[in-house]
Design a protein around this ligand. Structure first.
Ligand code: HEC
Length: 148
């Protein structure tokens, strides 16, 4: 009885490790940090073309910037730099274009990531972050002052 339990447990451990390895690879070895978007207006499934929270303005835009600041720290800062000040590993996101043009490019990159020679330089976030979280991060980065 005891032996069978042991074998079953060992099997489970192997299985869970396999799953870990697999998800590690498919997401470009990223450990996404959950973003708490409570209080932000829920968005329809279709991806917006323009930052909906900037369009709403007021409290929603302010909250989006706050939510985005923590979402950014947990998911983007290790490559794009603390407080959106790039240390050179990845582009400085304060330099992205304002408005709709910048929005479109931002969403494209964040959702699909960027790979070169089969290796992800930036992981795709479309299955890891909600649209609300992505636009919150955009709301934060776009309001960080540009470098002098
Ligand atoms: C593992 C490192 C890494 C992480 C994590 C990462 N990025 Fe990137 N990101 C990159 C690299 C490298 C590039 C440059 C790709 C290229 O050459 O276009 C990039 C490019 C971008 C661009 C395009 C910038 C431009 O000037 O064209 C945007 C927007 C972007 N990232 C947003 C984000 C956001 C938002 C997050 C967090 C949700 C994030 N990235 C997480 C590495 C990363």
């Amino acid at each position: 009885m005891k032996k069978r339990l042991l074998i079953a447990t060992a099997g489970l451990i192997v299985l869970s490790q396999l799953t870990l390895v697999k998800t590690g690879f498919s997401h470009g070895d990223v450990q996404p940090q959950a973003v708490d978007t409570e209080g932000l207006t829920a968005l329809p499934e279709e991806i917006a073309l323009e930052n909906p929270y900037r369009v709403m303005g007021g409290e929603q835009y302010e909250l989006a910037q706050k939510v985005g600041a923590s979402g950014y720290s947990g998911n983007c800062a290790r490559c794009h730099g603390l407080q959106v000040i790039s240390g050179g590993v990845a582009p400085d996101l304060r330099l992205l274009e304002d408005g709709e043009f910048g929005d479109e490019w931002f969403m494209q990159r964040v959702r699909k990531g960027y790979s070169q020679n089969g290796a992800y330089k930036m992981p795709p976030f479309e299955d890891l972050l909600s649209q609300e979280a992505m636009w919150a991060i955009r709301s934060y980065t776009e309001t960080r002052p540009r470098p002098e």
